[in-house]
Design a protein around this ligand. Structure first.
Ligand code: KIV
Ligand code: ZN
Length: 512
């Protein structure tokens, strides 16, 4: 009998702490629905005390998700725990996750608390949370840099107070696998009541070791892993769900454990999170990067043809990457599109299918073969943007070798149309100047990047922009076969995200 490893996904909480990755409620709800279908055991939906936006998102997710636990984060205080419970109480399987730092450096400089005070506060927090639910997790923040004996004392005390999961985070990504495994082993041996609960780990990737540390911890007895899709998260991110799950899946002899993850949904969720957060996946990223299954060297290709196992340790189909691409074009109807969307895992409403179909028709006029990546971009870029302040209604550019680039833009805002013509160094610059004039934005463009979604000269261009206004940074993304239109869509998307951040100023990372 293989032992189960619980997958606790924190894409919507720690993942959202990635710079510029803030998501609105509709976007978080969409990701949560996909995480549930992916089979994660717990979805950490947010930190309700951090902002009204977080509170609302956690409440909405709690109302919708039925199979996975829905978790709300709270500092070890009555105020935070009340907020967490009020947000998460609607869930079928609610959970409160409270945390307090246990390392000497955090206790002395950040908390200004003695060890005794930390134990007392942690116990009080868990006891207070116990008034609402039995489903409580306690995290010893900066656990990997804490005195191991003190860590065991804290865990023993919070377990006695009612915690059902104790989590050992490598908050600053400082641990190395052998050492982290030893620490987990130590905690397992020296916390008298640890057998009553589940030991969890939560690793950050500052040294690129988050997945390795998590594996070492599982080897040493941890039975829950805290992870994010694509490894996004604070600073260098967290353990990536796909790396951990596929390692366990590919190397059952190394670790005879199992997870409840439906691996064939991994690629789809990875793309969705990338689209929504605007955080691109590096091409050489393990499991989900564009090159992860691309074999370039002739000798490899030859070997693969003779027997795929020569160079392929995992089958692309296992993570949901199929070689059977979308075979639809301009003659395909709405029913065929709806069916294909369903096969791709998108259960859209009639109105959403109508919107995607409209865009699909426009795209298939420009592009002969519409691929799955194109369809994903249509679904994610057009349907998911539900709370936008601005919409791009019209764009016309004139440019060439001998003319000054000029762009005319019509934006929709509050059901009104606003038109402006701008010039610039190139057509994209001209379009951006017109949009900036219409929105009167004070933001600066920090980054602009273009890539092709698929191969071929008729591929859709995918543009990402990074905008900064005062202390706020937002990413915007757009896709279209015309890269000038894709750029304008990305800029407008970035401006919408900035507006969202202005309305939700309190970011989690600032309050931790
Ligand atoms: O990294 C960390 O320590 C955390 C805790 C809140 C679990 O994110
Ligand atoms: Zn963290």
């Amino acid at each position: 009998m293989k032992e189960k490893i619980y997958i606790f996904d924190t894409t919507l909480r720690d993942g959202e702490q990635s710079p510029g990755a803030s998501m609105n409620t509709a976007e978080k709800l969409r990701i949560a629905t996909h995480l549930e279908k992916l089979g994660v055991d717990a979805i950490e939906a947010g930190f309700p005390a951090a902002s009204e936006g977080d509170f609302e998102a956690v409440s909405e997710i709690a109302r919708k998700i039925v199979n996975s636990e829905v978790v709300a984060l709270a500092r070890a205080s009555v105020h935070d725990i009340d907020r967490a419970w009020n947000a998460v109480c609607h869930a079928k399987r609610p959970k409160i996750h409270t945390f307090l730092a246990t390392s000497d450096i955090h206790m002395e400089y950040k908390l200004q608390m003695s060890r005794e005070e930390v134990i007392k506060t942690a116990v009080e927090a868990v006891t207070y949370a116990g008034n609402f639910t039995e489903n409580i997790e306690f995290s010893a923040e900066d656990g990997s840099r804490s005195d191991p004996d003190f860590l065991c004392k804290v865990f023993e005390a919070v377990i006695n107070a009612g915690a059902k999961v104790v989590n050992l985070p490598d908050t600053v990504g400082y641990a190395v696998p052998h050492e982290f495994g030893k620490l987990v082993e130590y905690v397992m041996k020296n916390t008298p009541n640890i057998g009553k609960v589940r030991l969890s780990v939560h690793c950050h990737n500052d040294l690129g070791l988050a997945t390795a540390n998590t594996l070492a911890a599982i080897h040493a007895g941890a039975r829950q892993a805290e992870v994010t899709i694509n490894g996004i998260g604070e600073r260098a991110g967290n353990t990536s769900l796909e790396e951990l799950v596929m390692t366990l899946n590919t190397r059952p002899n190394y670790l005879p454990v199992t997870t409840g993850i439906e691996t064939s949904r991994i690629y789809r969720v990875s793309r969705l999170v990338s689209m929504i957060t605007g955080i691109m996946i590096q091409p050489n990223k393990a499991i989900v990067g564009a090159n992860a299954f691309a074999h370039e060297a002739g000798i490899h290709q030859d070997g693969l043809l003779k027997n795929p196992m020569t160079y392929e340790i995992m089958k692309p189909e296992t993570i949901g990457l199929t070689s059977s691409r979308m075979v639809m074009g301009k003659h395909s109807g709405k029913h065929a599109l709806r069916k294909h969307l369903k096969n791709m895992g998108y259960d859209l409403s009639d109105e959403e299918v109508r919107q995607v179909f409209e865009k699909f028709k426009a795209l298939s006029d420009k592009k002969k073969v519409v691929l799955d990546e194109d369809i994903e971009a249509l679904v994610n870029e057009r349907v998911l943007r539900t709370e936008d302040v601005y919409g791009l209604k019209y764009l016309h550019v004139s440019c060439g070798t001998t003319v000054m680039p000029v762009a005319t833009v019509v934006l929709l805002a509050n059901d009104q149309e606003y038109r402006c013509t701008g010039s610039g160094n190139g057509p994209i610059d001209a379009a951006f100047n017109a949009i900036a004039e219409l929105t009167k934005t004070k933001s600066a463009l920090l980054r602009f990047s273009v890539s092709a979604l698929t191969g071929g000269t008729d591929a859709q261009g995918e543009v990402t922009v990074r905008l900064k206004e005062d202390d706020l940074i937002a990413l915007g993304r757009g896709a279209d076969p015309d890269i000038i239109t894709a750029s304008a869509l990305a800029y407008v998307n970035g401006l919408n995200r900035l507006e969202y951040l202005k309305q939700n100023p309190s970011r989690i990372s600032e309050s931790l």
